[in-house]
Write a protein that binds this ligand. Sequence first.
Ligand SMILES: [Fe+2]
Ligand SMILES: [Fe+2]
Length: 277
Amino acid sequence: MAVTVTILCENTVGRAIPAIGEHGFACLVETPQARILLDSGQGLGIERNAQVLDKDLGGLTAAVLSHGHYDHAGGFDQVLRHTGPLDLFAHPAIFAERYSRTAHSLRFIGIPQRRELLETLGARFRFTPEFCEIAPQVFVTGRVERTTDFESGDPNLVVRTATGDFVPDPFDDDMALVVRSERGLIVVLGCAHAGMINTLRHIRRQLPGETIHAVLGGTHLGPAGPEQFRRTLEELEVFAIEKIGVSHCTGQTRAAQVRERLGQRFFFASVGAVLEV
Ligand SMILES: [Fe+2]
Ligand SMILES: [Fe+2]
């Protein structure tokens, strides 16, 4: 099965095209039977970049939200105006009240639009708490089981509970998209808040014996400490992945370090990057 993956929104534009870079992520996955949008950026570049890259947002067959952060969910109102009624697959915890909190600031970073607005624009939420197939040969991971001892999460990302307390975000909703191609699985991460290695192990348990050909998307290795970064690179080797394209919350410094380690297997998954399998 031929698969094309195109980065529509990302922090940087990787080619000389008149597209928009933004803090966020969106990616289009095209197979012979499906055209699925994973995430939508924060709403600055999705329409323009789709047009520049000659991708018709109106022709989507479904969408997936990797987790409930504004920089992945914020463009869906615009997307729905192109598509009309559309299945939107996500974990039910996407609507948690999420914040980024430091010693000096508290910033709301959850989904900017109300669920009711998205639904009246055509979103049909399909909740996928577990691993499942959403189109032929296309899967979502559902909640990712935590099995590593080095992917500790980001303490600045919190949720407000019913009692008004702020606690570390458990990111039950964080999930990845998986496509089965002739050369192996293609994994697209949103932010990998659940941990990149936790996510890959989870996929391997769900689809035992299958090789992972490519991994791309946000790794959240930018904010990760040196020990987590080192162990992640070490563990990545176990999967013998042929292509790794990092995006978004990896950051440029970490991306350069991953490039140094992986050589020709590495690519920058910036706006306009295309993976064809
Ligand atoms: Fe993000
Ligand atoms: Fe995120």
